[in-house]
Design a binder for this molecule. Sequence first.
Ligand code: BMA
Length: 297
Amino acid sequence: MVQLKRYAGNPILKAEPANPWEAHSVFNAAAVLKDGKVHLFYRACDRPNNERYVSCIGLATSDDGFRFQRVPGPAYAGRDPSETRGVEDPRITLLEGKYRMLYTAWDGRHPRVALAESHDLLCWTRYGILLPHLDNKDSALFSEKIGGRYCMIHREPPNMWLAWSDDSYHWGEFEVLAKPRPNTWEHSKIGLSGPPVRIPEGWLVVYHGVDEKSVYRQSLMLLDAKDPRKILRQHLDPIIQPEADYELYGDVKNVVFSCGQVIKDGTFFLYYGGADTVMAVATCPMRDIRAWAQGKD
Ligand code: BMA
């Protein structure tokens, strides 16, 4: 069984009252390992005069994966009528030399999966909405073509879905990947957490499940390397669930929600938002995950 260990110094990032754009909360970060540094692209919320918040995306970096320094100013902000309430929950995949950030464009009514791209993680170009006619979120691209085509995971409640594309911009062939399991911790809905990671055993997918009381937990699936429609293994118990104060109490109670992970020096780092309020990290040795993926646990 895979069990993550919380970092004793959690939370690793909190709201910064001195910066209005991130004065209310910081959570649900994409994670990218580049040049040995962990880059967290975190969702940052303002709350001017206690009105409903608008999210943008901030950047913080770290050499050890635990202690982060902020890069001043928002790294990416909403710029379209579909993003009047902001840009949320980024997931970043390096695909063919370009970083592809899928995020939730939010106008207060319809969540949409949108794409921005970057060569250097600093300058982002907004492409626009990828799945126009669907209320949708929890989406990321696979990091390589599969069978000659691009693939993504997305979420139309309550299921996780796949979609396919010839050019990585126009998507179709929507098909259900996995459904919630009734009367379990993932009874109500499931969705992708961070982007799928290619490991020797297949595609490692961290996903979240929501129970009848809206508690958010994280767990694992292993998808077939050549055919991600096939779920080879599913970790039936959560690998982390709300237990610490910063996961139990906050803007939204009982939430452990991840949008990204990195593998650094043989350690798996899961970055996650606690209670939609702060950022935290939990780790485990990669050998534990590989043992589970090989059915040896
Ligand atoms: C989901 C997303 C996340 C959030 C979670 C818990 O639907 O909106 O941004 O962390 O709910 O509130």
